[in-house]
Design a protein around this ligand. Structure first.
Ligand code: MF3
Ligand code: CO
Length: 267
């Protein structure tokens, strides 16, 4: 079943998204060589709870942490732990908050210290892929328009689009229908309506798109060991176009200005 959210529900999701965005921005500022991914996870959990939210990931199908921290060839779902971040690492941070019963979900890939030119280009293009997908989130368009836009940009740049993991509807649960693939055919699939809220999350690879899951049962890596990047926002389809509910104050693409939701007067 596909759930259509009321204006009131979208407003709660925006407040949930504000927590996710604030904490993710703080993690981007904090992540430095010498820190462990567990240090970042602790910061995330305390930050979310301090703002009145709950870390959505913690306990989800037994997942032990509040963020996913995926380094270099890890695509998504890396479990925070003893790994010490090093200068030049690519780090993908994925975070979710539940606030007043509503989930928001967002991810970025950042460089620790200074990354190489290849890594920088992969990150830039992956963020552009997310923006291309968001631009399609207009009523009357179709789900396939999102995936097609993401795939076109990634492949035009010579990159792979991960097939085995997809974006998703989001609301009172983290994963709602529909699935939102990062590939597809323009004009195909579900028609988008105002009130649909989706997590769009391109996972883009430097090499082949094939992935494998490690023995920990979570960590997804590229099969060829090459780099991957992941950007994600929670976005509402509205009568006024796409509205990003997880906008940060750091590291956003300049085009996000046109997708900024109107803030309500009172909390
Ligand atoms: N952002 C991820 C997703 O959309 C988060 C899931 S990680 C989990 O699927 F640990 F919570 F499973
Ligand atoms: Co997600």
């Amino acid at each position: 079943m596909i759930s259509i959210k009321s204006a009131r529900e979208i407003e709660i999701m925006r407040r949930s998204g504000k927590i996710t965005a604030k904490v993710l921005g703080d993690l981007m500022r904090a992540a430095k060589p010498g820190m462990t991914t567990r240090d970042l996870d602790r910061l995330a959990e305390s930050g979310i709870r301090a703002m009145g939210g709950e870390p959505t990931f913690k306990g989800y199908h037994g997942y032990p942490c509040s963020i996913c921290a995926s380094v270099n060839d890890e695509v998504v779902h890396g479990i925070p732990g003893d790994y010490t971040l090093q200068d030049g690492d690519l780090l993908s941070i994925d975070i979710g908050t539940t606030f007043e019963g509503y989930v928001s979900d967002s991810a970025v890939t950042i460089a620790i210290g200074e990354a190489g030119e290849n890594a920088k280009r992969l990150m830039r293009v992956t963020q552009e892929c997310l923006m291309a997908g968001i631009e399609q989130m207009r009523k009357g368009n179709r789900l396939g328009d999102i995936g097609s836009a993401v795939q076109k940009h990634a492949e035009a740049c010579g990159y792979g689009v991960v097939r085995e993991l997809v974006g998703h509807g989001v609301g009172t649960k983290m994963h709602e229908e529909p699935q939102v693939p990062n590939y597809g055919r323009a004009g195909a699939g579900l028609e988008l309506r105002a009130g649909l809220v989706l997590a769009v999350e391109p996972m883009i690879t430097e090499g082949h798109y094939a992935v494998e899951t490690l023995k920990d049962g979570w960590t997804v890596v590229t099969a060829d060991g090459k780099l991957a990047a992941h950007f994600e926002h929670t976005i509402a389809v509205t009568d006024e176009g796409p509205k990003i509910l997880t906008l940060r104050d750091i590291g956003e693409h300049p085009d996000v200005a046109k997708y900024r939701p109107k803030e309500e007067m009172a909390a």
